[in-house]
Design a protein around this ligand. Structure first.
Ligand code: F0G
Length: 407
């Protein structure tokens, strides 16, 4: 077998034909292990060079068994932008932004969802569900629609950005809001999924990670077959940082790159249990009650994949940093105004974190750095309008217009 499903803690093995999210012995999360020696026979620089970037370009490294069942809306293949103006502003030499907002529903979630919903079809389930701060919900709703499955999403009432909510509604999912936060929603949907036989598509689902890791493959290819020195990424429920780390390690073990990046996780100050654990040298997190930040996507106090995220940061000799709402919004503006990239607040946290780490001397100015922009700015127009200057309103008069332009 090319793939195994294994507990991240006690290494117990489970069948890939089973719907299971946690180890029955120690209750830890599971992950897919790929036989990379076998994969070497299928994948090389030469085979990769002939195909355009996309999630399914790497199908040999994704545990899907019936390729006729693949549910795709052309996810992946997002651009890696060289951000010279922003680099100069921050005082570093080489900065790139991987713009995951270019995915079909405007966030990186589509990479995992194309795989997750394909697995739902392989498992012959009819209903898929998740708890979400908005983007997973939007993505699940779209892929469920495409696959003809019923999508059910549970979101924190009043705390999901308008664009994301509109997406889930338009795609036709069943949208349920709880009077509580994401950390309360997740166990509820896990329990409901178990009792009602819904297929759970939160990122504790190990197949989602297999899709998300392809963004790391793309970054390596976009940098002409090497990994950056440092990789900076927003952290919420803490799955994506581990997905990227898994991807970089697989490319390294496949001899497709010769180096590995230091992984840097960025959280908002009001929701930073991973950062606190790293800074205090702990092996586990202390959950944050009532997490709060303008970056609603990462307003999470009890990240489900904390163990995988701590491992990614430690193994890679990386670090973690928290950033205030002011720093996040400043970075959002800076990226838009220097590079023409409009990203949602959670995504801007990677730039805010980079700025803070440069200022504290934790990052060398010669390093090659990639920041991930996880979601599109149009997801959350409210925050842009709330925190920035309103338009100047004038009467329809030429003299007034000219006066305003001159000032
Ligand atoms: N950035 C954005 C835009 C997100 O939507 C999320 C997570 C993250 C970063 C963090 O990724 O959870 O893997 O650490 N959003 C989830 C959701 C929680 O429900 O949409 P993570």
């Amino acid at each position: 077998m090319m793939f195994k499903l294994v507990c991240i803690n006690c290494k117990s093995e489970y069948s890939l034909d089973e719907i299971i999210y946690r180890c029955e012995k120690c209750n830890n999360l599971l992950e897919i292990q790929t036989d990379l020696e076998k994969a070497k026979e299928l994948i090389s620089k030469r085979t990769l060079a002939s195909k355009p970037l996309s999630v399914w370009k790497y199908s040999d490294l994704i545990p899907v068994f019936d390729r006729n069942k693949i549910v795709t809306i052309n996810e992946g293949g997002t651009k890696l932008y060289k951000c010279s103006k922003l680099a100069e502003e921050l005082g570093i030499k080489k900065l790139y932004v991987k713009n995951e907002g270019e995915n079909p529903t405007g966030s990186f979630k589509d990479r995992g969802m194309t795989v997750g919903v394909t697995k739902a079809r392989e498992f012959n389930v009819r209903e898929v569900a998740c708890a979400s701060t908005g983007n997973t919900a939007a993505s699940l709703s779209a892929y469920a629609a495409k696959a003809g499955l019923r999508g059910i999403i549970l979101i924190p009432f009043g705390a999901v950005a308008m664009g994301k909510l509109a997406q889930s509604i338009i795609y036709g999912a069943k949208v349920i809001a709880i009077k509580g936060n994401f950390d309360e929603a997740l166990p509820l949907i896990i329990e409901a999924s178990k009792s009602l036989g819904l297929y759970l598509l939160n990122s504790i689902n190990p197949f989602r990670i297999e899709g998300q890791k392809t963004a790391a493959f793309e970054v390596c290819e976009q940098l002409d077959c090497h990994a950056p020195d440092r990789f900076i990424i927003p952290v919420g429920n803490a799955a994506n940082i581990s997905a990227y780390w898994k991807g970089f390690k697989e490319f390294y073990e496949l001899d497709l790159v010769k180096n590995l990046p230091k992984m840097v996780g960025i959280q908002a100050s009001g929701a930073s249990p991973i950062v606190q654990a790293i800074k205090e040298g702990r092996d586990s997190i202390k959950p944050v009650d009532n997490p709060n930040t303008v970056a609603t996507a990462i307003r999470i106090g009890k990240p489900a994949s904390w163990k995988k995220a701590l491992a990614a940061i430690k193994e890679s000799k990386g670090c973690a940093e928290s950033v205030s709402d002011e720093e996040i919004l400043y970075a959002q503006r800076l990226l838009a105004r220097k590079e023409g990239l409009f990203v949602e607040p959670a995504s801007a946290s990677s730039i805010a974190g980079l700025k803070k780490l440069i200022e504290s001397g934790s990052i060398d100015k010669d390093e090659e750095i990639v920041c991930v922009a996880t979601g599109h700015g149009l997801k959350d127009p409210d925050s842009a309008l709330k925190f920035y200057q309103e338009p100047i309103v004038i009467e329809p008069r030429s003299d007034m217009l000219k006066e305003v332009i001159k000032n």
